[in-house]
Design a protein around this ligand. Structure first.
Ligand code: GMT
Length: 379
């Protein structure tokens, strides 16, 4: 098959899933075309059957707003026609699904299939913006197939947007050749030396884009509470708008010597392997891909009840789930877990088995491939 993929190419879970899916489709022999504003960051090296097409947004001075969506639609239609694409997969309803629909109308191949995947903030945040609801609904209803990354997001989309068409949940996946427990002990030792973390200290970790909805302040408070009873350090990977206030909180609590700001990293897998526990206490989170990556690397998760987090963590079996904002309870779970080696090991083993079964890459890539095949057959 010939597959077009459009996503936000910057660091972020939706771009990661779109890119990994494209790579896996190429590995299965399909021809894959990425059409986006820049080369997706996870596309590490060159593949014979992966092509990238960049949109150049026109900033002609008469335009008050550069017409990104129109330019992208035009580019997608050009690629559909030139490469005779069978399917285009749009990640995010706004603007990508709408661009895909417009592109199909512009192109000569009216039977090209459109799959749209909802990733979260297109619904959980934008879905509350009445000026965008009609566009999101249009994007879903005019796609041939719409998927969402968790049951929680699927339900929220039905409730908020009330689309006419069905939405199928397809969970996110992780490339286990990249995220695994290999050399966990050696990497832990090396990174602890590098970061000046004592060998016996436990490590808690979080990575994100440090937006308000990530509640990174709750993570710092959880760490602060935990560190009253456990010898531990906190490693924060990433950067974003809340960084200044988080640094201020860390300094106000007087814990600068045990909180490590590691900034944006292109490869976070070593940081996951360094960690005993991964924290994701967001106010909104459709799935929590970084948390799943951390789990594959052996870090036990403490998550909030937001969105799909509790679909990824099986509470008390493979990690813990606490009410949004309840950092004291998060700390209580951590203290019990990190004080009890037998409990920790049991939970870690159950977690590794569970994620490998439910979020298995081969299984989920096949689910997407079957959707593409279904569309091609019906074309
Ligand atoms: O979490 C973010 O801010 C990034 C965002 C994105 O656009 O990449 O992530 C969303 O999609 C990911 C992949 O499906 C999910 O794992 C994240 O949970 C989701 N983020 C939110 O719902 C806030």
């Amino acid at each position: 098959m010939k597959i077009g993929i459009t996503c936000y190419p910057s660091v972020g879970g939706s771009g990661v899933i779109a890119t990994e899916l494209g790579i896996q489709m190429a590995e299965r022999g399909h021809e894959v075309h990425f059409i986006s504003s820049s080369v997706p960051f996870r596309l590490g090296h060159n593949y014979d059957n992966i092509y990238t097409h960049r949109t150049e947004v026109n900033d002609y001075s008469v335009f008050k707003y550069p017409p990104y969506d129109i330019t992208l639609s035009s580019k997608i239609s050009e690629v559909i026609d030139r490469y005779e694409l069978d399917v285009i997969h749009m990640h995010y309803a706004i603007p990508h699904a709408v661009c895909g629909i417009l592109a199909r109308q512009m192109s000569h191949r009216k039977n090209v299939g459109i799959v749209t995947t909802l990733h979260g903030t297109d619904i959980t945040v934008l879905g509350h913006d009445m000026s965008l609801v009609s566009a999101i609904k249009f994007g879903i209803d005019h796609s041939d197939i719409t998927t969402s990354v968790s049951n929680s997001l699927t339900q929220e989309t039905y409730d908020l947007i009330q689309p006419k068409s069905d939405i199928k949940t397809v969970y996110n996946f992780v490339d286990e050749s990249r995220f695994n427990t290999e050399n966990r002990l050696e990497i832990k030792k090396e990174l602890k030396e590098k970061l000046n973390i004592p060998e016996q200290a436990k490590v808690l970790m979080h990575t994100s884009n440090f937006r308000k909805i990530k509640n990174v302040d709750d993570i710092v408070k959880t760490f602060y509470e935990t560190s009253k009873s456990i010898d531990c350090h906190l490693v924060l990977v990433g950067d974003g708008p809340d960084m200044y206030s988080i640094r201020t909180l860390v300094s106000d609590l007087g814990i600068e010597d045990r909180v490590h700001f590691s900034g944006q990293q292109t490869d976070v897998s070593d940081y996951y392997k360094l960690s005993d526990a991964f924290l994701l206490l967001s106010a909104k989170e459709s799935f929590g891909l970084a948390m799943l990556e951390a789990m594959y690397c052996g870090a036990v998760p403490i998550g909030s009840t937001a969105g799909g987090i509790s679909e990824v963590i099986q509470h008390e079996q493979t990690g813990y789930v606490v009410e949004i904002g309840n950092y004291k309870q998060a700390a209580e779970h951590l203290i019990r877990l990190l004080n009890d080696e037998a409990l920790y090991e049991k939970m870690q083993q159950a977690m590794l088995k569970d994620v490998n079964e439910r979020f298995n890459m081969e299984k989920i890539v096949t689910e997407y491939e079957n959707l593409y095949i279904k569309l091609q057959a019906g074309a």
